[in-house]
Each structure stands twice: as C-alpha cells, then as structure tokens.
Ligand binder design. Structure first.
Ligand code: R5P
Length: 277
C-alpha cells in the first residue's frame, strides 16, 4: 500500500503512512504559467490511500488529478476536511448543490471515501461510499484532567460537544438564543453558570471566526474566567485567527484536518483505524 499526500495534507498523510507502516508515493506538483495544475504520482501499488483536504478550489482540482493519476489502483480517498459541504441544499431556486457535485466527482474515482466530521447529515447523504470519523474523542482527550467547562456555540454542535466532554470528563452546555422582545435577544448557556470558570468553546468549523467571537463576548459578559476554543477544521479564512485573539480568546486549538499553526491534535490514529478495518 502507498499513501499519496496531496498538497493540502502533507503532515497528516505522513502521520497516516507511519501508522500504516507504509511509504509515501513520490509526487510532483506544478502550476503551469496559465494557472492550470499538473500532477504526477510515481511507483503506485495495487492499494492506494490518497490524503487531501478540500479547503480551496485548487485543492479540489488537485484531488481530481491525483485520483486520475492513481485510477488503476484500488483507491481510498481520505478527505479530512470536506469543503463545499455547507452548500448541502439549494437554499434558493437554481442554486447548485455543491457537495452533491463534489460527491459525484470523488465517487466516480474512489472505491472508498473517508472524511472527518462532515458538516451535516444532509451533506453525507450524497455519498454512497463514505465513512465518517468523529474527532470529538481526540479533542475531549486533549482536555482530560483539565478543569474546564465545554460550551457549544449553538444547538447544532450540542451532540458533538457532549461527546468531547464525555472524553474530557467535564461539564458541558450550549448557548441558547431566546427572544425577549421584538428588539431584544438573550444569549446564554442553557443551564450552566460559567462565572469564574475556564471555558472551552467547541465547534466543528471555524471559518470567519464570527460564531466564536460572538460566543466569547457572551461568555465573558457572564464572568467566565478565561475562554479558549477548540475545533475540528481550522479553516480560519482571512484574518480570522487575529479576530479571535482580539476578541480575548486565550488559545485556539484544532486538529490537523486543515493544516494550520493551531493544528495541535491529530486525527491520524482515528483515520488509520478505519483504513485498517
Ligand atoms: C455552523 O454550522 C458551524 O458549526 C460553525 O459554527 C460555522 O461554520 C462557523 O463559521 P464562522 O467561523 O464563519 O462563524
């Protein structure tokens, strides 16, 4: 078996290869003067694992070219961060269902697909060969024996935070939005008191950082001693990281599904377990 590291996921691909005791395939990636991508993969074997997150349009095109280059083999596409999953339905008439298009493309090449915490069940439903890995246990383990309380910024991430907190062995809650009047909305933890507590906001994706910044304001106004945040996919678009620090976030940590300086937790082990199964 050979592991092919796409340009978006070199660190995670190396970690997965180590867990599987196999080698990385030799790859050549180039960009032509007109912006078109070029891919070459050498020395592939019968079984190939391609590791490439989709965090940009170039990542997606490169993934397709890699899958084409290895198409004679039995291919597992590991897509740690499945971009385009937030457009999982036509919100307005005539819109593309982006993740459906991406799913069709990937599955026209891959024999099996593995991803980590895809955005929604709806997004997942467009795949026929997909196995989803949950990063919440590794995020929970990271906070084990630390005296923190975990907060989901909304009800949508509640189930995820519940899993992380069970591994951390800490309290958890979610921020509830309650309309008080036509002009007033109150946002606060559903039942926990965060006054004087060290809080970790846990979410699946941090993109612009807007969700975490708003949650931080609320938690600080309620007297939280400190606020940090943990996410699976550190998309961190534009100056999101700076925005988070300016909002008073003590620390940002993430997994290596999107490789950023804050990616201090690895999902390699969880992915390798699925690959071995
Ligand atoms: C929403 O469904 C997700 O769980 C995240 O809360 C959201 O994608 C974060 O986006 P942003 O960082 O742009 O607020």
């Amino acid at each position: 078996m050979k592991v092919v590291a796409g340009r978006a996921s070199p660190m995670l691909a190396k970690r997965i290869a180590e867990k599987l005791h196999c080698e990385l395939a030799k790859t050549t990636y180039k960009v032509f003067p007109d912006g078109e991508l070029y891919v070459r993969v050498e020395g592939i074997e019968d079984e190939v694992v391609v590791v490439q997150s989709i965090n940009s349009n170039d990542d997606l095109v490169q993934l397709m070219l890699i899958l084409d280059a290895v198409s004679n083999a039995n291919v597992t596409a590991v897509i740690p961060y499945m971009g385009y999953a937030r457009q999982d339905r036509a919100f307005n008439e005539g819109e593309a269902v982006s993740i459906r298009a991406v799913a069709r493309l990937i599955e026209s090449y891959a024999d099996r697909v593995i991803t980590v915490n895809i955005h929604s069940e709806k997004a997942k439903s467009y795949f026929k060969k997909l196995v989803e890995v949950d990063a919440m246990p590794v995020i929970g383990e990271y906070y084990k024996e630390k005296d923190v309380v975990m907060i989901s910024p909304d009800l949508g991430s509640y189930d995820r935070v519940k899993v992380a907190s069970s591994y951390a062995g800490c309290d958890f809650d979610y921020l509830e939005k309650r309309r008080i009047s036509a002009e007033e909305v109150e946002i606060k933890p559903k039942s926990l008191n965060v006054k004087g507590r060290d809080v970790v906001i846990v979410d699946d994706i941090i993109s612009t950082g807007g969700t975490i910044v708003e949650a931080t304001k609320v938690l600080k106004s309620l007297g939280a001693k400190s606020v940090e945040c943990a996410c699976v996919h550190a998309v961190l678009a534009g100056d999101a990281l700076n925005k988070l620090y300016l909002a008073g976030i003590k620390c940002v940590i993430a997994t290596d599904t999107v490789e950023k300086p804050v990616s201090v937790i690895s999902v390699a082990d969880a992915i390798a377990k699925v690959l071995k199964s």
